[in-house]
Ligand binder design. Structure first.
Ligand code: B12
Ligand code: SF4
Ligand code: SF4
Length: 347
């Protein structure tokens, strides 16, 4: 017992040394309510066309089923606190805003590498242990696990916040067959605050603690293929990749710690729409090499840029939009026609 407590303390020291801001541990069975909530979310269609969320749903809802031999889930948080408040960028209407997490190297790569370093260290200390490392893309519900492991609570915006580090953190998980001492689950501290619900440009929260991804700008600009509903386009403003609005207003960010990993902040937060609209496949790939933005591909990204041009009120951007009305990609051509009409006052 004392040995496991000692190992836990040394593991935490190692994780902090590798740049994580917090670590917590829970049992794989610690989130019994998650499966039902996931089922309700999927039944209501709130995942939109992220069909992968409805696959392997038994594993996603129940970490104990994902890997029955696992005895502990080690949850880790890594900070990407932006250097400046991202909200003023939304007033720079002739520029397109890239969400804070996507302004540098792809976090999937960086986080996974760090998780593997910590995982390998654990195996060196306890060679009888087996581990599996997960971040983001695996069928694991990281937010409820992080709450169960005491890292922080899921706020009304559904993202995990801590009183010590705010909400600008990525989450990662190491499952292990070792039975390590667990932490107490985190308690919720949103109280009467509704700042995140009120700021959301698309009213994507049907109720506190619940998100309808189909209305979330992060989903619409990153995940959703094809044209965006016309009713939602004006609400996208100048967001061209993701959205930070609900995170940026959370009062608990006054405790946000500085990002240790500066490779998350290589690019300016807002880029001229005129330059982004003319990207072809090759220049798009070159501009966003190694960044999460590359994930959308040129067509979806330029589609977003054209919605932002339509919302800009900047008539000097009309010509660039007009140049794309016959684009080979139908969603791009449709967005270009919409942007021109809106700038002409007809949209
Ligand atoms: C799918 C997904 C998305 C989708 C859907 C988001 C969502 N809320 O479901 C979209 C594309 C919209 C998205 C957006 C973003 N995402 Co995302 N996303 C995921 C992913 C892959 C799965 C999330 C999931 O399981 N959703 C399913 C539903 C059921 O979960 P949920 O909303 O959390 O639902 C819970 C609540 O509704 C709750 N609930 C229901 N009723 C009640 C009542 C009470 C009282 C309570 C307490 C709870 C509660 O129960 C549900 C289950 O716990 C995770 C990675 C992972 N593997 O976990 C990253 C993840 C959640 N995303 C992350 C980030 C950073 C973002 C963005 C900030 C990115 C951006 N800037 O554009 C935005 C934030 C938008 C927002 N407000 O959520 C981080 C969050 C880190 C953190 N600190 O929590 C994660 C964990 C990735 C990572 N590895 O770091 N994301
Ligand atoms: S990320 Fe933006 S659109 Fe999505 S819920 Fe938060 S404020 Fe709303
Ligand atoms: S803004 Fe307020 S309600 Fe929203 S998550 Fe932060 S504390 Fe909770």
């Amino acid at each position: 017992m004392k040995e496991q407590a000692d190992l836990r303390a040394r593991l935490e020291a190692k994780a902090l040394d590798e740049g994580f801001v917090a670590m917590g541990i829970c049992r794989p069975g610690a989130i019994p309510e998650a499966a039902g909530r996931l089922r309700d979310y999927l039944d209501a269609g709130r995942h939109g066309d992220m069909a992968w969320m409805a696959e392997r749903v038994d594993w996603r809802g129940d970490p104990a089923a994902l890997w029955p031999e696992a005895r502990s889930v080690i949850m880790l948080a890594q900070s990407y606190t932006p250097e400046e408040n991202p909200l003023p960028l939304l007033d720079e209407r002739s520029k397109g805003v890239i969400t804070s997490y996507a302004r540098g190297r792809d976090y999937h790569d960086l986080l996974k590498k760090k998780l593997k370093v910590v995982g390998r260290w654990l195996i060196e200390q306890a060679p009888e242990a087996a581990i599996k490392v997960f971040t983001d893309t695996a069928p694991v519900m990281e937010k409820p696990l992080a709450q169960a492991a005491g890292l922080g609570w899921q706020g009304k915006h559904t993202v995990v916040i801590s009183r010590d580090f705010g909400n600008w953190v990525f989450l990662g998980a190491i499952f292990t067959t070792l039975e390590l001492p667990v932490d107490a689950p985190a308690e919720e501290h949103c109280g009467t605050c509704t700042a995140c619900l009120d700021v959301c440009p698309t009213q994507a929260f049907p109720a506190p603690f619940q998100l309808d991804a189909r209305r979330c700008i992060s989903y619409l600009t990153i995940e959703h293929r094809g044209p965006v509903d016309e009713e939602l386009r004006p609400l996208l403003g100048n967001h061209v990749f993701g959205c930070d609005d609900c995170l940026a207003v959370c009062p608990w960010n006054k405790f946000a710690v500085q990002a240790h990993e500066m490779r998350y902040h290589k690019m300016a937060g807002a880029l001229p729409l005129a330059e982004l609209a003319v990207l072809d496949d090759a220049s798009f790939r070159e501009m966003f090499a190694g960044s999460p933005v590359k994930r959308t591909g040129r067509d979806r990204f330029v589609r977003n840029v054209l919605y932002a041009i339509g919302n800009s009120g900047d008539l000097s951007l009309r010509a660039v939009a007009a140049g794309l009305v016959d684009d080979a990609d139908e969603a791009v051509a449709d967005a270009a026609r919409w942007a021109v009409a809106r700038l002409d006052g007809a949209g």
